[in-house]
Design a protein around this ligand. Structure first.
Ligand SMILES: NC(=O)c1ccc[n+]([C@@H]2O[C@H](COP(=O)([O-])OP(=O)(O)OC[C@H]3O[C@@H](n4cnc5c(N)ncnc54)[C@H](OP(=O)(O)O)[C@@H]3O)[C@@H](O)[C@H]2O)c1
Length: 293
């Protein structure tokens, strides 16, 4: 099977008709520097999205606070009317003031406006999946109730504007609280071969059939660098980034990848992780990265 049709296999979000290829695409890199403003080359951004579709990707992760608004507008420009099987997942819970910072925006009004902004800028009547992104700690989760903002999103779901709900930057306790309010189909937290605080959480989500979608799968703003990744890549005739993605695919069947890139070449490189089998010894060597003090 080619990488295009395989893309790491499929995962169906629980109790939904949404089946996603395990290698998707994260759209955050399509905005300008600092995830603010337009990209230097809008045509290049459009080309990346169209190539993702051509390669068989059917999962795009985005947010209206990328740009803000601009990334979603580029997605609409590149892909609307959307392919039937495309799952678009967005996130709400923050806003971007003029200075480009990220501030929590969790009130009923903030969240309602955010959903309408996403719908308008993506050109949709309803969004497949919306993640409530908690903002207490910028890239790590911290405890605190999510009942109020989640209840707002449940209301918007009842109105037909959202099909399914997920969570981002959350703890297992917060997931449990959320599940007393509504069904959660996916969790999006920071995780990669060097950053493994969520190991036990991932296993628990796998048991429940819930997707785990790591953000910063390649290290995000600080790309992964490790001699173990480099030597594994050398021995497998692959690149370190492909090895990092293949490690995630092998880590657990509920992990869905959304590597971000602004480059068609990197996109093509990343999807080849689907056909990379890591031998047991390589996995053990890579597991040692996070174990190091
Ligand atoms: N829920 C959240 O709070 C949250 C937070 C952050 C991100 N996200 C989502 O997660 C997605 C992934 O995260 P991310 O984009 O921040 O980080 P990432 O996927 O870990 O890494 C992206 C970086 O890696 C580079 N890259 C990608 N492929 C490469 C390759 N084959 N070789 C070398 N460099 C490569 C990209 O640069 P190039 O553009 O040059 O390829 C970019 O600088 C985002 O796009 C976004 O949708 C969610």
């Amino acid at each position: 099977m080619s990488e295009q049709t395989n893309l790491g296999g499929n995962f169906t979000l629980p109790n939904t008709s949404i089946t996603l290829k395990r290698i998707g695409y994260g759209a955050m890199q399509l905005a300008g520097p600092g995830v603010s403003g337009p990209p230097r080359d809008v045509d290049a951004a459009v080309a990346v999205l169209r190539e993702a579709m051509a390669l068989g990707i059917n999962h795009i992760d985005t947010s209206d606070f990328y740009g803000p608004h601009i990334t979603n507008q580029i997605i609409q420009q590149a892909l609307h009317p959307y392919p039937e099987n495309l799952g678009i997942v967005t996130k709400v819970g923050a806003r971007r003031p003029e200075d480009g910072s990220w501030v929590p925006a969790m009130s009923q009004q903030d969240l309602t406006e955010a959903i309408h902004d996403n719908l308008r800028n993506l050109g949709l009547d309803a969004i497949d999946v919306v993640n409530l992104r908690l903002m207490d700690d910028s890239h790590g989760s911290s405890e605190g109730s999510l009942a109020e903002p989640l209840t707002t999103l449940v209301e918007l779901k009842k109105q037909g504007l959202i099909r399914h709900l997920g969570l981002s930057n959350v703890t297992p306790k917060q997931l449990a609280q959320a599940q007393t309010i509504t069904e959660i189909v996916c969790v999006q937290n920071q995780y990669n071969v060097a950053h493994r605080e969520d190991d036990a959480f991932i296993d628990d989500l796998a048991q429940q059939g819930i997707a785990y979608v790591p953000f910063f799968p390649l290290g995000g703003f600080t790309p992964l660098q490790s001699s173990a990744l480099e030597s594994a890549a050398k021995s497998l005739n692959a690149t370190p980034m492909q090895v990092a993605l293949a490690w995630l695919l092998q880590r657990s069947p509920n992990i869905l990848l959304i590597p971000g890139t602004s480059s068609v070449e990197h996109l093509r490189e990343n999807i080849k992780a689907a056909s990379l089998q890591l031998p047991q010894q390589t996995v053990a060597d890579l597991n040692a990265i996070a174990a190091r003090p």
